[in-house]
Design a protein around this ligand. Structure first.
Ligand code: FE
Length: 349
């Protein structure tokens, strides 16, 4: 074989390979789900459909900013966010494409997806839920000291509270729900109480707060449930020691219920691949994916009747169901500007 023939064959090979790459369907996913275990979730979709996932990772705010900047030239097909208020914000800003899916409507409870538009199409869909719970130092406190969000701001808990930044979406959504439950004036007084009770200035993520409770630096802290579940499932001796020292409370069981946030998704406004995008969202609502949210990432599935084995989720609730608040997501979203202004006034960084 002479050199020219070899080059021609190599050229042919390249042409075939690139033609294949172009014909293999690709879904561009913009994801704020910062969980390495999600790889399995995406791989299973590719295995079942042959559609490759090309992922862009950023936090909720980063993804929204990117979609705004890219406008109609955005390659995004599917957007996954991890906060109800951000999903609502993106909807209001017109970043999502409303879709009609009988599957999604059948599986996902109405209060965990966007209110349908007048033509019956919906923008975003919640696929999993997470509770904002309280952990406390069992050597110093009792569950009764911190079994409501209101109690965290009471004088008896002075010098005990640790939390991540007040402006983080997980906290903004909790505070936005408080506005709905007790009104703006009481919420601002409550936030002032939280600031007055802090053991240290807000810093770190939720897991850092749990560790700080276990080390004795803080008496109590707020955390999303899946961070806690991760520690409960860990075999590392240092994590076992953390779990040994802390108690877990699902706040407000005797009143409106524990604040619950959602992780959810939508079809991007300018997707050129909407059929595959809807197919992906429907996959996330399938029993297999729903079970994954529980067993893989310690979240609760939104679909009814999905069985899962996650021992940490069972341990956290004692195997029973807990009372979760039921409020319209749009309200939490709309309260966010108000809440941010309150945080500035009370000095909650
Ligand atoms: Fe998170």
């Amino acid at each position: 074989m002479n050199l020219r023939t070899t080059l021609a064959l190599v050229g042919l090979g390249l042409a075939t390979a690139s033609a294949f790459a172009q014909s293999a369907p690709v879904l561009n996913l913009y994801s704020a789900r910062h969980y390495s275990t999600d790889e399995a979730l995406y791989a299973n979709f590719t295995k079942a459909t042959g559609i490759r996932i090309q992922r862009v990772d950023a936090d909720d705010a980063g993804i929204l900013a990117r979609l705004q900047t890219e406008g109609s030239s955005s390659p995004a097909d599917v957007v996954l966010l991890v906060d109800a208020a951000r999903l609502w914000r993106a909807q209001v800003d017109g970043l999502f494409l409303p879709v009609k899916s009988a599957t999604l409507e059948a599986v996902i409870p109405a209060h965990l997806r966007a209110k349908p538009e007048t033509d019956g199409r919906s923008t975003w869909f919640g696929f999993s839920t997470r509770a904002r719970v309280v952990v406390y130092d069992k050597t110093k406190l009792k569950a009764e000291d911190v079994d409501t969000y209101e109690k965290l701001a009471e004088p008896k808990n002075k010098g005990r509270l640790c939390t991540r930044s007040g402006s983080h979406p997980y906290n903004l959504s909790l505070f936005g729900s408080m506005v709905e439950h007790i009104g703006p004036q009481k919420t601002e007084a409550w936030l002032r109480g939280l600031v007055g009770n802090m053991a240290r200035a807000p810093k770190g993520g939720d897991t850092d707060q749990i560790r700080a409770v276990a080390s004795g630096e803080c008496g109590a802290a707020l955390t999303n449930s899946y961070y806690l579940a991760r520690l409960l499932r860990s075999n590392k001796p240092e994590d076992k020691a953390v779990v040994e020292r802390i108690g877990i409370v699902f706040p407000n069981q005797a009143s409106w219920g524990t604040h619950v946030n959602i992780a959810g998704g939508a079809v991007a406004r300018h997707s050129r691949n909407t059929a595959a995008a809807v197919q992906f969202l429907e996959y996330l609502a399938s029993p297999e994916a729903q079970r994954y949210f529980a067993d893989g990432n310690n979240e609760w599935p939104v679909a009814k009747g999905v069985s899962f084995d996650n021992p940490a989720l069972k341990a956290m609730t004692g195997g029973a169901a807990f009372k979760a608040e039921v409020i319209p997501t749009s309200v939490v979203g709309m309260n966010q500007v108000k809440v941010q202004q309150m945080l500035d006034r009370v000095g909650f960084r």
